[in-house]
Design a protein around this ligand. Sequence first.
Ligand code: C2O
Ligand code: CU
Length: 463
Amino acid sequence: ALSRRTLLKTSAVAGLYGIGLGASKLLHAAQPDPLSIEAKFTSAMIDGAHETKKMATYAIAGSKGPMPPAIRMKRDTPFAAKLINHLDDATTIHWHGLRIPNKMDGVPFLTQPYVYQGDSFDYAFTPPDAGTFWYHPHCNTMDQISTGMTGMLIVEDPNDPVFDAEIDLNLRDFRLGSDGQFIALFKPRDAARAGTYGTVRTANWQLEPRYDAPSGGLVRIRMADTDVTRIYNMRLEGAEAVIIALDGQPLPDIRKLDMAVVAPGQRIDLILKMPEGEGQEARLIDVRPSTPKVIASFRATGPSLKRSLADVAPLAPNPFQMPDLKNAERIPLVLSATAEDAARPSICGSLGYSFWAINKKPWTGDNPDPTAPLAEMKLGKSYIIELENSTPQAHPIHLHGMNFKAIASSSRTVDPLISDTYLVLPDEKVQLALVADNPGDWLIHCHIIEHQKTGMTAYVRVS
Ligand code: C2O
Ligand code: CU
């Protein structure tokens, strides 16, 4: 049997799809050579029958195929990247979930100039938290995210436990027609409702991929919902798994996976106990809305390693300053539908419609002259964002640059977890507490991209 010591042994194992920075480079240079990230068009076999042209991707030295590779960095270790734009529109990179300096956050007009075709931008920061995150553009997001520009981002910690295998799953759909080419990326009537769903559902740009892993072994599965619309209801068939982290943040207590809801922008880290018998399969299934859909499957290979989920220990927590609830100031934030027009043309793309608003103001987040901040926060002070959803849709609300803790909900027992993206249910009121510990202008928006781009965007100022 596997002892806890073996599980906790440190190692620099790279994931199946990882692009690692050379360890020696990290040890010897305070300023690492920048990773070159090229935003560009490519083509891909997504539906298995047609070649999809004009996929967009991030190409990084050593990466293969149309899917942007997982970028691996190390906690508390400087990271640098040069974004080079070969697309025909402006772009930026946002490092979703990383608490980094404001000018590295990748939001055009608010934190940096957009990067036009042929231009480049240098990112450099030191990630303070370990876990599963992701990266994507924050300019022309509907076009660029929908056509493929979402990659996983893994921040390693030297004390990360080592499992028998690690598999990253980048979950998302593509809207392809019967000829395998992109069709209209959204429909206005759906943008005014739950969002427009893709027609081809993938994990890692593949239809129901199957991965081999050692029989009876423990596999760490890092998943990110990088889709523009789809909320997953995740179940596992044929094996058992525990959840060790949500939205990149370790759970204080390990939970058995029953059904996990994962919304656009959110992540989940599972430890899967592979079936004992060679050839047996475990299947990850999305049971939403009603027809179960296999996302990926895992086939047991070789003699059983006979591991036990009981040996899985909680991960070390990331630093989080507990808000002072007694003295916290309250910030009301009401999500609503709107008829007011915010659909101004923008170099970072406009969908041409206004459907949604925060505190009655529709803003798309990509105009050079942003609306006033939703709140002016004092650096170091505690706040409670009172988020109220007055719409009949669920909205995954993402805050840039800082983490919050959910402390109360009007409609369910609150799960007091630290996160950067909270899925607020229809008519739910939730309290999100935080310490304003990162100076700058930080976006807060729905991660259903059609909602974000038709008004459900605002920002807070910390100074
Ligand atoms: Cu994942 Cu504002 O972004
Ligand atoms: Cu929304």
